[in-house]
Structures are given as C-alpha cells and as structure tokens.
Design a protein around this ligand. Structure first.
Ligand code: ATP
Ligand code: MG
Length: 283
C-alpha cells in the first residue's frame, strides 16, 4: 500500500482529488476523515495542512504527496520533487502600495517586507544585492502595508485581484509555482512499483487533457492536402464514406494548435468537423 499526502482543504485539494479520481482510483471521500483507503488501488490518502506535507514525505510518514512548489522550495525540500502536475499555477510576487513611486528592486533597500515565504524572498533579494528587513507572518499578508506593519509584501498572486482590492501593485515576480508530485527518497521496491503504476496513469490523464480527437469529412481529392495538416499520433485514419467520392478522417490534435489547424482544415475543404475530448491516452 502506498500512502499519499494531499492538502485537507485549500487551493490544492480539489485538483489533487480530481487527478486521483481521473486515474481511475476510487475511494470514499468524507470531509470529516483524515485518512481514506482506495477501494480499487493500493493507495491510502492522508489529508494534511499543505505546509506539513514535505516534512511528512521526507520522514516517510507518507510515501508521496502533492504540494505547491513554493512551499516545497521554501522548506528546502526540492530534492523530493518527482514531477510538476500542471495545476494550482500561481506566482510569488513583491507588491507595494499603489501610490508608491517604484522604479526597480533597489527601491526596497532597507525596507520592511512582510511575507510567509522568508527563504524564497531572502534568496531573491540576495541575488540582486538588496538588503531588506523580512517580517515573517503566517497569513493576511496583504493588509500589512495598510496597518503600518511593512512597506511592501511578498505573497502568492494568481489574478492579482486581492492585491488591487488592498491598494497594492505587483512590482517583482519572485517565484513561479505549480503543484508538484513529491516522493520519499527511499521507497521500498513494492512501493516504487505502485508509484510507477500511478505515474503511468497520471501521464495518460495529462496527455489526454492536452489532446482532442478530431473527425472530419472531405472529398477524396482533398484528402492528401488535409493529411499534411493533421499531426496524428501515427498518421490519420482514413475511412470511405457511404457517399461516393468522400472520406472520413480521424486524428488527434494538441489543444494548443487546435484553432490554428481547424481554420486551415476548413480552407482545405474539410466539412462536418467534430472535436471530441479524450479521456485517457496511452502511448
Ligand atoms: P493550509 O491550511 O493547508 O496550510 P494554506 O492556506 O497555507 O493552506 P492555500 O491558500 O490553500 O494554502 O494554498 C495552497 C497552495 O496552493 C499554495 O501554496 C500555492 O502553491 C497554491 N495557491 C495559492 N493561491 C493560489 C491561487 N490563487 N491560485 C492558484 N494556486 C494558488
Ligand atoms: Mg499552509
């Protein structure tokens, strides 16, 4: 049995549970429980505060975990990282009151900065040769300037709306973060094998999220031109339609180039284009 630690409630919880479910792993989810076992995969889930996850995984209380890179690096545990998971994307930024004249980082020399991430902030300032007084506080960082506790803050930003509503402006990006899968570094062979199975499923889910299955009809004399536009896994499937002189083409396209390709396909004579989500994709 492999033990995974995920955040009990917060910005990582929902997506972490969603990923586990999309891997086909079922469990009874009760918000009151601190521990659940899967009913169809050798996985036990521990629900913890996100700050505690790297430490529990390093100590082997949990075998693996999902945590924000910001917390992982702040706690000096980057060696536990297995791979980024692509969700809970955010950044750690420096912000100052909107009315401040800020031109560059040297403006923070000698200033008081409030943050919950003293280590990440310290190394950012060190790299730029700026000395400032860092006040470590555990929450409500964005009100620090308005209550006179600090001249600037260093906090997590995603859209920036919290900063704006507290009369602040983002001036420097300190660290870019997303959720990462972490692992204890001395897993037994049995646990390693379960982790490999889980990673296999995670990769299938991730590939599927970026890919779309596309079906279209085209006159036979346009098929060659259209095939050149379709970057399939191997090459597109071409099937004859009941209607004489027409074919149906099936392929997989990446979400990123999706709209670009759709337009080119239409221009090349494709009709009845269907785009379908893919649930899992095995290479
Ligand atoms: P806990 O009670 O578990 O200690 P917390 O309050 O410390 O929770 P959350 O605010 O839930 O933490 O954030 C957890 C992680 O989610 C952060 O460390 C960061 O990686 C990411 N995160 C935080 N804010 C956002 C956001 N606005 N958008 C996306 N990801 C975010
Ligand atoms: Mg926390």
């Amino acid at each position: 049995m492999l033990r995974i630690a995920i955040q009990k409630s917060g910005r990582l919880s929902e997506e972490s549970l969603k990923l586990i479910k999309e891997c086909g792993i079922s469990f009874i989810n009760s918000s009151l429980k601190l521990k659940t076992e899967s009913t169809n995969f050798p996985l036990e889930i521990l629900y913890l505060r996100d700050d505690d996850i790297p430490g529990y995984v390093a100590d082997g209380v949990a075998d693996i975990g999902i945590v924000g890179e910001n917390v992982l690096v702040e706690e000096g545990m980057q060696q536990l990282a297995v791979e980024p998971l692509g969700f809970s994307k955010c950044r750690l930024s420096l912000a100052v009151p909107k009315s401040d004249d800020y031109s560059d980082i040297s403006d923070l020399q000698g200033k008081n900065i409030a943050t919950s991430y003293p280590n990440l902030l310290q190394s950012f300032l060190d790299e730029r040769g700026v000395q400032a007084h860092i006040h470590t506080i555990s929450g409500s960082v964005e009100i620090a300037p308005s209550i006179g506790l600090a001249d600037a803050i260093c906090d997590i930003v995603s859209s920036g709306s919290t900063l704006i509503s507290n009369g602040l402006k983002e001036v420097e990006r300190v660290f870019k973060s997303q959720a990462v899968l972490i692992s204890n570094q001395s897993l037994s062979d049995e646990k390693r094998a379960i982790l490999d199975k889980l990673l296999f499923r995670i990769h299938a889910v991730q590939r599927a999220q970026r890919a779309k299955y596309i079906l279209l009809n085209a006159p036979n004399d346009k098929v060659d031109t259209i095939i050149k536009l379709l970057p399939g896994i191997k090459s597109p499937t071409v099937l004859p339609l009941a209607e004489e002189g027409w074919s149906s083409l099936h392929s997989v396209v990446n979400e990123d180039d999706f709209w670009d390709i759709i337009e080119k396909l239409r221009d090349a004579g494709a009709e009845g284009i269907l785009v379908v989500p893919i649930e899992k994709m095995i290479k």
